[in-house]
Design a protein around this ligand. Structure first.
Ligand SMILES: NC(=O)c1ccc[n+]([C@@H]2O[C@H](COP(=O)([O-])OP(=O)(O)OC[C@H]3O[C@@H](n4cnc5c(N)ncnc54)[C@H](O)[C@@H]3O)[C@@H](O)[C@H]2O)c1
Ligand SMILES: O=P(O)(O)OC[C@H](O)CO
Length: 356
């Protein structure tokens, strides 16, 4: 079988699923896309547009949409799942009767499931027991991908066939796909950065400057890697596209839905108003809750996640929280160089010397 015989199935009719379907079709693959909404299916098949999620971009006419999971999945070698985390497991269960062990299953979703604190590729694995499972993540604003702006992403899998099939299906002159075997780290990076994008949007709306944004992003990276290490991921992954790369784009762009939720709140909207006016998924709202609880339970130091949680769900004003965070415990810049514990120890010794 040649690469061009590969059929690609995309589950999800949102902006990212649609953008990825169009890339695979641009690359000459047969692409079928599954959506719940019959009217959107008709628009994609007839007008080659997704008016609800990507109204301004043409979709490659080789993408065929349907509400029938069985038809979309038949003969598919590669299955991309682009469904928000809250509905991800439900859709995988719906699709399960037509999934086959030889298929390559890839999550493109950057979220965490509350039940069991599961990442999406773990759901794919648990629901199917199949071997070819991966995750696609990186600095990939869907509308820029649809615009064919030069973009890079990461396919992460322990399975070499998954990595190379995805590189072949999606790599092209405007979309470069790098490989990783740290699936957990790559996936965690994609989910965690959404938390800090909300904080960055809020800071921007409050008129905070570039120094502040830079501090926020760098400390976010430290916090993300600390959490990831506590969960068994490789901290070096956070130096890559799915770590610092994705953090930069989502903390800097008004195209990020998470950033926009934070910005709207910084301008005075409540969380509910900000989410309602967005009309799309902002995964970070749920992720901050789950990560904060997990960090709390496992004793992982995550002051930014805790602070954002207090602002989002406990009504603490963002400005007060920012001031509080500035006066947090003395800490280390890069704790892989100077451990936080050493800084605390230094302080204790200095205090003892000073008789305090
Ligand atoms: N949009 C981006 O720029 C982007 C980029 C990279 C990754 N992602 C990730 O991709 C995931 C999907 O995001 P998106 O941007 O495509 O979302 P979106 O908000 O644009 O659309 C979500 C889609 O999922 C569908 N959906 C929701 N619940 C469903 C259910 N129960 N059954 C079937 N379909 C359901 C909606 O109808 C819609 O088609 C998110 O987790 C996001 O983190 C998004
Ligand atoms: O729009 P957001 O905030 O979900 O971010 C989109 C992508 O994850 C950016 O890489």
């Amino acid at each position: 079988m040649t690469d061009m015989d590969t059929r690609v199935a995309v589950l999800g009719g949102g902006s990212f699923g649609t953008a990825l379907a169009s890339i695979a079709a641009d690359n000459g693959f047969h692409v079928r896309q599954w959506l719940r909404d019959g009217a959107l299916v008709e628009s994609i098949n007839r007008d080659h547009r997704n008016p609800r999620y990507l109204p301004d971009y043409a979709i490659n006419p080789r993408v065929k949409a349907s509400t029938e999971l069985e038809w979309v999945l038949e003969d598919a070698i590669l299955v991309l799942v682009a469904i928000p985390s809250k509905a991800f497991a439900e859709v995988v269960r719906q699709a399960r009767p037509w999934l086959k062990p030889e298929q390559i299953l890839v999550s493109t979703t950057k979220g965490i499931q509350e039940d069991g604190f599961k990442l999406m590729s773990q759901i794919l694995e648990d629901e199917t027991g199949f071997a070819h499972v991966g995750v696609l993540s990186g600095p990939n604003l869907a509308s820029e991908v649809a615009q064919k702006q030069l973009t890079a992403t990461v396919i992460a899998s322990h399975d070499a066939e998954t990595r190379s099939r995805v590189q072949a299906a999606l790599g092209c002159d405007y979309f470069r796909v790098y490989a990783s075997n740290d699936r957990y780290g790559v996936e965690l990076g994609g989910a965690l950065k959404n938390i800090y994008a909300i904080a960055a949007g809020m800071a921007a709306a409050l008129g905070m400057g570039e120094n502040t944004r830079s501090m926020l992003m760098t400390r976010a990276l430290a916090e993300m890697s600390r959490f990831a290490v506590s969960q068994g991921a490789n901290p070096m992954t956070f130096l890559g596209l799915a770590g610092v790369g994705d953090l930069i784009v989502t903390c800097s762009s008004e195209l990020s839905r998470n950033y926009r939720v934070g910005f709207a709140m910084g301008k005075g909207q409540s969380l509910d108003e900000a989410v309602a006016s967005l009309g799309q998924v902002a995964e970070g709202v749920n992720t901050v809750k789950l990560v904060r609880d997990k960090a709390d339970a496992e004793g992982v130091y995550m002051p930014l996640a805790e602070g954002l949680y207090q602002v989002l769900f406990r009504g603490v004003p963002a400005r007060d929280m920012a001031k509080l965070l500035m006066r947090g415990e003395q800490s280390s810049d890069v704790e892989f160089v100077l451990p936080r514990e050493d800084v605390k120890q230094d302080r204790r010794q200095t205090e003892a010397k000073n008789g305090g």
